[in-house]
Design a protein around this ligand. Structure first.
Ligand code: IMP
Length: 439
């Protein structure tokens, strides 16, 4: 019988159903034991997840969230864009905190974020945001994390100047690629002499290759062999489904398929059904960066959610925009990802509100729809139809079982399940592992 290299019943995926920061990392860390590997398949250092090691709190951006678990490989798949300097810094940080990082594996086909990609991200954002306001020109920036994500994926699609991880030790080719990249950026041929810069970047890139060599592998065969051995795999989506380049609120999205649709291209595994797809959603909605947000609360309720939920970016520190739960968007994301279950996070943050509101439809052009509009210009025109549900006054953080939830908190969850059509099997009421209520 042919070895089974497909995504099958032994594969679980954890994916965010909103605009990122849903608390995926905590769930991945919780579910990792029992899996042979946790695999990142999209995005780069734009993602962020804090972990606590002893008395130290570390921010991870590239290492998969299962990295603390001995015996579980942490795989950075080919669909990820990797800033080697950032990854090395993360590995050093983990090592200095006593974490064994020998299980980190990096695909030789992942694309490398080069210094000029970081610069380009910042320059473009700057140019788009500092348009002439007095002349009525609005800010058109995306509000990226400035981690070079867009320019690196663009380079990948353009092909000729792209550097992949495996190229870091194909020295002749590496130098050529850097030279091509800089020449293409310099305008008319010969306008700038890049020799010195090429050499500097080339030297750094060779050093990255040397340093990362023990971790670099063909991740397709690694994963294929694990499956053939009957092992279980856990896929960790980065960012969030509403930031998906094809199905999110374009153009205010990231540059990869952050939904489960990214697993196939981002790992190479045949796209069969995943047995378990856990869609993670906050009990409310947040967004960082620009783009439409129908249920946004630019008032004291939004401020209260931000304060209670500590809604500040792990990667950029920016205050997150906050709003009521958008069920129209949530059902769309659950369908897009083929979710078999939901994990509702940060329910504890909603304690103390007299009433809670959820968006059940969009009002647009004199009518109503319960379909999401994954185009920013259309989404910007909708107003939310909000339904009011009773709030709960009890703090939830000390609860340890689902049956202890106050009646109105249970009713809130039941309303979500009913609307989305997917059971909420996990409820998170705080950052600790113990603050997780499973069905
Ligand atoms: P980029 O991925 O840095 O290009 O940013 C594009 C958009 O996605 C911006 O609005 C970012 O704030 C947002 N974004 C990217 N990654 C994350 C994430 O992990 N959480 C929340 N927002 C993100």
């Amino acid at each position: 019988m042919a070895p089974d290299s497909g995504i099958d019943a032994r594969c679980t995926s954890v994916v965010g159903l909103q605009w990122g920061d849903e608390g995926k990392g905590k769930l991945v860390d919780l579910l990792a034991p029992g899996h042979a590997a946790v695999i990142r398949y999209n995005g780069g250092a734009n993602a962020g997840h804090s972990i606590v090691v002893g008395d130290r709190k570390l921010a991870l951006h590239l290492a998969p969230s299962g990295v603390l678990h001995q015996g579980v490989l942490s795989v950075i798949g080919n669909g990820v864009v990797v800033d080697p300097a950032a990854l090395i810094q993360e590995l050093d940080l983990l090592h200095s905190a006593g974490v064994d990082v020998s299980g980190v594996r990096l695909s030789d086909r992942a694309h490398v974020v080069m210094p000029y990609h970081l610069e380009e991200d910042a320059t473009r954002e700057q140019a788009l945001s500092s348009r002439n306001a007095s002349a009525g020109e609005d800010d058109r920036s995306i509000g990226t994390t400035r981690r070079g994500i867009g320019p690196t994926y663009a380079e990948k699609m353009q092909r000729v100047a792209a550097v992949r991880v495996g190229d870091l030790y194909r020295h002749k080719l590496l130098r050529e690629r850097i030279e091509t990249a800089l020449t293409l950026r310099s305008g008319p041929a010969g306008a700038t002499d890049h020799t010195e810069r090429i050499e500097r970047i080339f030297k750094d890139a060779c050093a990255w290759g040397e340093r990362l060599k023990p971790h670099i592998t063909d991740s397709f065969y690694l994963l294929r062999d694990l499956l053939a051995d009957g092992k279980k795999l856990l896929f960790e989506g980065a960012n969030g489904a509403l930031l998906d380049i094809d199905h999110g609120s374009f153009p205010y999205v990231t540059s990869s398929n952050s939904s489960t649709l990214g697993i196939g291209p981002g790992t190479g595994l045949p796209d069969r059904n995943l047995a378990r797809v856990i869609g993670v959603a906050k009990a409310y909605t947040t967004r960082v960066g620009a783009g439409p947000f129908p249920t946004e609360l630019s008032n004291e309720i939004g401020e209260r959610i931000r304060t209670r939920g500590k809604e500040f970016g792990t990667t950029t520190g920016r205050p997150r925009r906050t709003g009521w739960l958008d069920l129209v968007a949530l059902r769309y994301a659950a369908e897009l990802n083929g979710c078999t279950e939901l994990a509702v996070t940060l329910l504890d943050v909603l304690a103390g509100f007299e009433s809670l509101r959820v968006c059940t439809a969009y009002r647009v052009d004199g009518g109503e729809t319960d379909r999401f509009t994954p185009d920013a210009s259309d989404l910007a025109r909708v107003t939310p139809v909000l339904e009011t549900l009773p709030g709960f006054s009890e703090e939830l953080t000390a609860l340890r079982s689902r049956s202890e939830l106050p009646a109105h908190a249970s009713a809130y969850i039941a309303f979500i399940e009913e609307y989305v059509g997917v059971p909420a099997k996990i409820i998170s009421i705080g950052p600790d592992r113990a603050q997780t209520l499973e069905d």
